[in-house]
Each structure stands twice: as structure tokens, then as C-alpha cells.
Design a protein around this ligand. Structure first.
Ligand code: NAD
Length: 330
């Protein structure tokens, strides 16, 4: 392969958000090089790209990959992502999400990479008392997953002071939707996330459980901020362009700027599918915050705005993706 200045190393590129980002990178003239151990990612999602099958703990392979492809930037998606599992398996999460990320950052800066985009999470805010949350809101992670994200954000900041690596940490809100061309989408057909779970309940004609009906929100159910996966993907290009003009360690919130309650989401589902979502209320779940959403735009120079994050598009694209893959839904 011809090495170009426009090569981007995408760790975790075979995963849900990483694969959509690879597609957008290619559309914009970049060459994504995917580094993924395929633990939760899928070869099929990146069949059009160069895939290095490897684990982030393999420092030799990482060094070799960076030395060969000389990426202009690294987009670091690779991580374990289950919040409850991070409490069950703290060591596993620390090793994969913290130790491996620090190694990657050290290797990248020692080999001259100077731009790094990190997949952080709104989970760093924890049980935020004031919504919408903004970058000045207090961080208070309540699980090991979110603690790990914050450790890496701080490490990137420290690294920037010592060395030359500039970075953007993107604190995503809830990623959903699918590629509107339906080439790729969420390949985890057992996902425990809200939108897929509602979808499965419709497809399998089972009841959907809503955890908690008495939160102090407009209709008693939890409120979340959903962001279309394609808007998240395009934000990585914005982050890259931002790093071409700015040096430092930056962070941005990536949400739609609007909170939606679970009942509101169910109503949009019913409208799109013309099918009824049968639900029952259950007890509140430990650790669920009543509401979490962000401001639409906080940083003027960060050129990005969500284009497909209206609830209608998010649910419609997801629905079409799952309908296309109906046979895979057990
Ligand atoms: N999906 C969301 O709503 C959301 C919200 C906030 C933050 N994030 C963050 O975004 C990133 C991507 O999330 P996603 O939803 O696409 O998850 P995903 O599980 O689909 O993707 C993660 C990818 O990383 C790979 N991976 C994991 N550990 C690895 C290792 N040690 N070496 C090599 N590859 C490894 C997996 O195989 C997978 O392809 C993660 O860092 C996640 O924490 C996601």
C-alpha cells in the first residue's frame, strides 16, 4: 500500500462508531488503517479497509504498525464499553482501557504522531445535578469505565505539557442510528442499549421494560441525549481539522443538545413502524440518573453540528438496519 500523509490509524475501527468513522474518512480522502482485536468488532464492517488484527497490549505490533503507516493522526476507539461489567471486572477494564491506552499514547508520541482523538464519554459527569451539562460541569464518574475515560483525558493533558502530542477528547452522549446507506450499522444484535432493546421487543413481540416511572422528569421516565453515529463519525474529522490549527489537549461534548424521555422515544418508534410497543414499568435501576443531556454547541471554533440527530432519523435508520438484518436477531 502506498503510504500517504492522509493515513489515519483507527483503533477499534471494526466496532460500531469506529466503522462509521472509517467510512467517512474514506469519503474525505483519508486512508483508515484499522487496528482491532475483533473482541466486539466485526471484520465485515471494515472489509473495504486495511485491517491489522491485533490487541492493543501488543506493543511490538503497535510500534510496527505506526512505523509502517506513519499515520497523520490516531483515532482511539478501542475499549471495553459495558458500565456494569466495569464494576464486575475492574482489573480487566483497567488493563484494557487505561494501561493499553497509556501505552498507545506513549508509543504514538515517541514515534512522532502529533494528533490524537480519544473516544471519551458523557459517563464522566456521573450523576450530574445540573442539566444541560457543559464542559465546566463537575466530573464525578460513578463506575470504573467512566473513571478510566477520565484518567486517559488527564494523561493526554499531561502528555501535551511534556511532549508534542495534541489531542481532542470527545465526550460522546448516547450513540445510535446506522449508516443511512445501510452498508454498516450496529452488528451487536444482542445489544443492551435502549434503542436496540425497544426494537427487539417490537420484532420479537415481547414486552419492553421501562426501569422507573417516577423520576422528576416531564413524564416520569429517564431523559437522555441521543446522537446519530454518523454525526459522531463526522465530529472526528472536525477534531482532526481542529488539531491542524490548534495545539493542546482539548475536550468537547458530543450530543444532540436535546434530551428525550423513554416514553417519547417509544412514541416515535410507534409512528415510524406503525406497530405498538408494549411496555411495563419496573423498579428504578441502581445508578440510573434521571436526566443527562448537553448543550448543542459550546466551542465556536470547533466546526461541527449534528445533522442527523433528530430522533426521527436516529430511529428510522436503526429500524431499517435491523429490518435488513432480521435473520440475525435471535
Ligand atoms: N456507543 C456509545 O454510545 C458510546 C458512548 C460513549 C463513549 N463510547 C466510546 O466509544 C468507543 C467506541 O464504542 P463502540 O460503541 O463503537 O464500541 P464497540 O464495542 O462496537 O467498539 C470497540 C472496538 O474496540 C475493539 N477493541 C476493544 N479492546 C481492544 C484491544 N485491546 N485491542 C484492539 N481492539 C480492541 C473491539 O473489538 C471493537 O471493535 C469506545 O471507546 C467507547 O467507550 C461509546
Amino acid at each position: 500500500m502506498k503510504i500517504s500523509k492522509k493515513t489515519i490509524l483507527v483503533t477499534g475501527g471494526a466496532g460500531f462508531i469506529g466503522s462509521h468513522t472509517c467510512k467517512i474518512l474514506k469519503k474525505n480522502g483519508y486512508i483508515p488503517i484499522v487496528f482491532d482485536n475483533l473482541s466486539t468488532g466485526y471484520k465485515k464492517s471494515v472489509e473495504k479497509f486495511k485491517l491489522i488484527k491485533g490487541d492493543l497490549s501488543n506493543k511490538r505490533l503497535l510500534k510496527k504498525t505506526i512505523s509502517i503507516y506513519k499515520p497523520e493522526a490516531i483515532f482511539h476507539f478501542a475499549a471495553l464499553t459495558s458500565l456494569p461489567d466495569s464494576l464486575k471486572y475492574p482489573k480487566k477494564y483497567f488493563k484494557n482501557n487505561v494501561v493499553n491506552s497509556k501505552n498507545l499514547i506513549d508509543i504514538a508520541s515517541s514515534l512522532g504522531v502529533n494528533k490524537f482523538v480519544f473516544s471519551s464519554s458523557c459517563a464522566v459527569y456521573g450523576n450530574s445535578p445540573k442539566n444541560p451539562v457543559c464542559l465546566t460541569s463537575k466530573t464525578k464518574p460513578s463506575n470504573n469505565y467512566a473513571k478510566g475515560k477520565l484518567i486517559i483525558e488527564k494523561y493526554l493533558k499531561k502528555n501535551n505539557i511534556k511532549k508534542t502530542l495534541s489531542s481532542v477528547s470527545l465526550r460522546y452522549f448516547n450513540a445510535s442510528g446506522a449508516d443511512p446507506e445501510l452498508e454498516i450499522g450496529d452488528m451487536n444484535f444482542n445489544s443492551k442499549k435502549l434503542i436496540p432493546r425497544i426494537m427487539y421487543s417490537i420484532i420479537k413481540k415481547k414486552k419492553f421494560f421501562i426501569n422507573g416511572s417516577n423520576y422528576r422528569t416531564k413524564d416520569g421516565t429517564c431523559i437522555r441525549d441521543f446522537i446519530h453515529v454518523c454525526d459522531l463519525a463526522s465530529a472526528h474529522l472536525s477534531a482532526l481539522n481542529y488539531l491542524k490549527k490548534n495545539k493542546g489537549a482539548f475536550k468537547f461534548n458530543l450530543g444532540s443538545g436535546k434530551g428525550h424521555s423513554i416514553l417519547e422515544i417509544i412514541r416515535v418508534f410507534e409512528k415510524i413502524t406503525n406497530l405498538e410497543v408494549k411496555y411495563i414499568f419496573k423498579k428504578r435501576r441502581n445508578g440510573d440518573v434521571p436526566e443527562l443531556y448537553t448543550k448543542k454547541k459550546e466551542i465556536k471554533n470547533f466546526v461541527w453540528s449534528p445533522k442527523r440527530s433528530k430522533l426521527f432519523y436516529i430511529i428510522n435508520d436503526s429500524w431499517l438496519w435491523y429490518k435488513k438484518n432480521l435473520k440475525k436477531i435471535k
